[in-house]
Design a protein around this ligand. Structure first.
Ligand code: SF4
Length: 206
């Protein structure tokens, strides 16, 4: 991947990249990111707008019955597992982390339902840490541009090697936005894209 060209173009397109999830605390961010698996940020924001009015702390969620939470988050999909994970994650935060979301990736990954991608998002968005969370958009776009990775973890490692550390979080957001609005899974908008000259996906299909 021509990293410099890609990053410069992403800067032009998305000069102020940011997480599109809406939240008021690190814990709400964590809940939102768990809910966002296989679901759009737009849908998550619709659900959490009401959810966080009623429950917003680890204690609130730890005291919820699974069925109650399932009802609230049903439209996000995979609601059974997501409800289970959010409740046990809340209990973990209360019991092991004094009610506070832990601020490092290793501890975050010990929480129920928190994998590397979720931990990286919470660490970078919630704590200002450097991390590249590889979601479906980042994975697809990176591979189209020539990163050649077989799974998200390999993709993360390769991106970490070619992108300067202080740009990891920014590049993550820009790649997500680029995948969401330009380099879409079906029908990428190649006509408008200025990366056709270096895009392996585009050139293989020409
Ligand atoms: S040329 Fe098309 S496939 Fe390649 S990065 Fe641009 S939008 Fe995506």
């Amino acid at each position: 991947m021509d990293t410099e060209k890609v990053l410069n173009y992403l800067e032009e397109l998305f000069p102020e990249p940011a997480c599109e999830l809406k939240f008021n605390s690190r814990f709400e961010l964590l809940v939102s990111v768990i809910l966002s698996a296989q679901c759009t940020d737009k849908r998550v924001n619709m659900v959490t707008k009401e959810l966080f009015k009623k429950y917003s702390t680890p204690k609130d969620f730890a005291n919820l019955k699974q069925e109650e939470l399932e009802k609230e988050i049903k439209s996000c999909g995979f609601y059974h597992n997501k409800a289970k994970n959010i409740i046990s994650c809340s209990k973990d935060i209360l019991e092991r982390f004094n009610g506070k979301v832990p601020g490092n990736i290793d501890d975050l990954m010990t929480l129920a339902g928190v994998g590397k991608k979720t931990a990286n998002v919470v660490y970078s968005v919630g704590f200002g840490g450097d991390a590249i969370a590889v979601d479906t958009h980042v994975f697809r776009v990176s591979n189209r541009l020539g990163v050649h990775s077989k799974n998200p973890l390999e993709c993360e490692k390769k991106l970490e090697e070619i992108i300067p550390k202080d740009k990891w979080s920014r590049a993550h957001h820009q790649l997500v936005l680029f995948g969401r609005y330009m380099c879409k899974a079906i029908k990428p908008n190649c006509k408008e894209c200025e990366l056709t000259g270096i895009c392996e996906y585009y050139n293989e299909r020409k």
